[in-house]
Ligand binder design. Structure first.
Ligand code: CTP
Length: 472
């Protein structure tokens, strides 16, 4: 087990504040857990518990550090926090607290450190380290949290039914920690999640989405999604993903299980990118397979158009998850819509114009699209995977080569609509669009270069064909 670093000035200052107020004080939660695990994580927030008023404590500590710190108080919760050197420090007074079944209002009473540890989510998060002068640095481990860190176990300190009924989000947090830390969930805790899964419905979507995104950003996100499936949380929080599960067999022909395939794609892509939205694209790339699934006597199972239907499903899913409906969503939509496009290019003789069209349609996101396509190769046959990857490597080389020549990536029409209007003395009309489009097509087909002079000559010819007169 690693040592907890308490050398920072903040810890001695807090110790001093505790002495002055005569409040016992402890550092708790994620900071302690991650330090003991030697997790190399930039700490953005550190939690402290004092036996006394958390609000007074925060104010005292802030005043000892500097007279410029603004303390934010959450009166209803009896907590306070401030930001110092980019880190958020949160202070809470030890409480006895439990939620009544029929009400979301907690009954809060002052309590001891042990009371406070009782009401925390997992044993590994209930460890406290003393910042009191006589016992500075000593660990208070009331529930065997250290052992659970060693055994890599997520386990509730109390009866899991109570811990989860206090805050059902903790069921999702259990899965998230198991996934992030590569821990197992203790059997009784796991059973309780399955038994209480429907209680997740009372939790706000924002809190759920935060946990889902943390699962997605883990090193191996499939661990989390398999646990969500196993505990029956998945059909409640992400039914579209649950629907990918299963294999139909007809005339002795099956198709792959798209749930497990998707998770493999997600793990694959996670080895190559930590971009949350590219990982979301991996999750959603086949999301419309259940909707588009057909059995055709001659060819077997097909999923025609799943990329188009899937792209249309992105917005409602983003809306439900309260994810941003702006550039991030459009990026995911685009990748889902285009995810099949590079495949034929890697198999057949590649024509330059097909590559040009792909670069034109993907634009700035062409590299992300290639990363997704490579992650989408999930064959068990290693030789096949190697071969497909090599083919994609060739597509990538062609992309670079053509991009250098033709600069299609950020395609700007070399001739503007205004210029066409000026040359032919036109008011806004359909012919302008026709000419612009034919110039673009000629560039993508490689008939002319992406170049002003060549485009201008073609514009004159197209205008003439359309019977337009040049302005004098
Ligand atoms: N906690 C809890 N129940 C919750 C949320 C938090 O008991 N639903 C407690 C845990 O003791 C946790 C601490 O509050 O360790 C701080 O919570 P938070 O900052 O959300 O999580 P961390 O454990 O710090 O982990 P991370 O920063 O990775 O989210």
């Amino acid at each position: 087990m690693n040592k907890v670093n308490l050398s920072d000035k903040i810890f001695s200052t807090i110790s001093k504040a505790g002495k002055e107020l005569n409040y016992p004080v402890y550092v708790v939660g994620g900071y302690v857990r991650d330090q003991l695990l030697g997790r190399n994580k930039q700490d953005k927030d550190i939690d402290f518990v004092c036996v006394g008023s958390g609000i007074k404590f925060a104010k005292k500590t802030a005043s000892l550090l500097s007279n410029k710190i603004k303390v934010t108080v959450f009166k209803n919760y009896g907590t306070a926090m401030f930001k110092y050197d980019g880190v958020e420090y949160e202070f809470v007074g030890a409480r006895k607290e439990s939620y009544q079944r029929n009400s979301r209002n907690p009954i809060v009473e002052e309590g001891t450190l042990q009371d406070d540890q009782n009401r925390r989510d997992f044993t590994i998060n209930a460890l406290a380290i003393s910042l009191n002068e006589e016992t500075f640095g000593e660990i208070v481990d009331s529930f065997g949290g250290i052992l659970d860190l060693e055994y890599k176990l997520i386990k509730t300190p109390l009866n899991p039914d109570i811990t989860f009924s206090d805050d059902p989000l903790r069921m999702l947090r259990a899965v998230r920690f198991a996934c992030q830390l590569n821990f197992s969930i203790d059997e009784k805790t796991l059973e309780a999640i399955t038994r209480n899964s429907s209680r997740i419905e009372i939790i706000s979507q924002e809190r759920i989405t935060t946990e889902i995104n943390k699962i997605i950003l883990s090193k191996k996100p499939s661990i989390g999604f398999k646990l969500l499936e196993k505990t029956k949380l998945l059909p409640i929080i992400f039914p579209e993903l649950e629907n990918l599960k299963g294999v139909d067999i007809r005339n002795g022909q099956g198709h792959k299980d798209n749930f497990y395939h998707t998770l493999e794609v997600l793990d694959n892509i996670s080895r190559n990118t930590s971009n949350l939205w590219l990982r979301w694209a991996a999750i959603l790339h086949d999301i419309a397979k259940p909707k588009t699934k057909r059995f055709e006597a001659k060819v077997g199972w097909t999923f025609h158009g799943h990329e188009v239907v899937g792209a249309r499903m992105v917005k409602p899913i983003f809306k439900k998850f309260k994810l941003p409906l702006s550039a991030e969503m459009r990026f995911v939509e685009k990748l889902v819509r285009l995810h099949l496009r590079p495949i034929p290019l890697s198999r057949d003789e590649i024509s330059d114009s097909a590559i040009r069209r792909l670069i034109f349609d993907a634009g700035e996101d062409i590299d992300s699209l290639m990363i997704l396509c490579e992650a989408d190769i999930t064959s068990k046959n290693k030789e096949k995977v190697k071969k497909y990857l090599k083919n994609f490597e060739f597509v990538r080389e062609k992309i670079v080569e053509i991009e250098e020549k033709d600069s299609i990536r950020n395609f700007q029409p070399p001739i503007s609509g205004e210029y066409i209007m000026e040359v032919f003395n036109l008011k806004p009309c359909r012919e302008i669009g026709t000419i612009k489009n034919q110039i673009k097509e000629a560039i993508l087909e490689g008939e002319i270069k992406n170049d002003y002079e060549e485009a201008k000559l073609l514009m004159y010819k197209l205008g003439k064909d359309l019977g337009l007169q040049k302005a004098q």
